[in-house]
Design a protein. Sequence first.
Length: 240
Amino acid sequence: MQLVSFCFDDGFAATQAHVRRAFAPRGLAATFCILAEPERAQDAAVRACPVAGWETWRAARAEGHEVECHGLSHERLADLPLPEAQAGLARSLAAFARELPGFSARDSMFHAAYLAVPRALMGWLADRVLAVRTACGRNGLNRVGDIAPGGPVDCVTFGPQAADGPAHVRLARFLAEEEGWLVLVFHGVGEGAWGPLSVAGLDALLDLARASGARIAPASRAFRLVQAEARSRAGRETSL
Ligand SMILES: [Zn+2]
């Protein structure tokens, strides 16, 4: 199987509009990974562009996109005492459940800021979310069998320079040489202080993936597809 997910972190307002305009005519869905309390974010790259509000995220979900948790205010989880990190994430997930009708943390991935989650917090998250998007050192590739419910999912992101070239190279290599699920992470589209992707660059990536026959699905839906593939392969092995 060749499956590709496009995640857009930090909740930038102009970015989500560009993404929705690019995905809709192609019948595709993305994953927006947003902060529960972005107004409290300290990171200059996160503060560089205006963010969208819950009303916008409800509209994005109504179009079929996923809107999932990227933390409370872009906190660096490894720097926080465990109880503080847990309390912040609990507050974040409660805000998602309150603001997004039908949102279920158990059915949604958590997308860690800075792609880092301390081991003790991974165990806590495993009981609460579908899976945790972090960095596992596989350049964004998750093969069938690499992932398990509540566990880590690898991803690849591009910055601080423009994301267009490196993202194109990574996707082309996946399509030509690899099997499994590639998770691509972007920040701003047509804007952004870290690893911006141009609007034309986004169009080109979507068309490249589609031309090769790869399936594009948002992250949590893709996770379930990979799990279903793992179960089906296990079933085939049992019946041999
Ligand atoms: Zn982020």
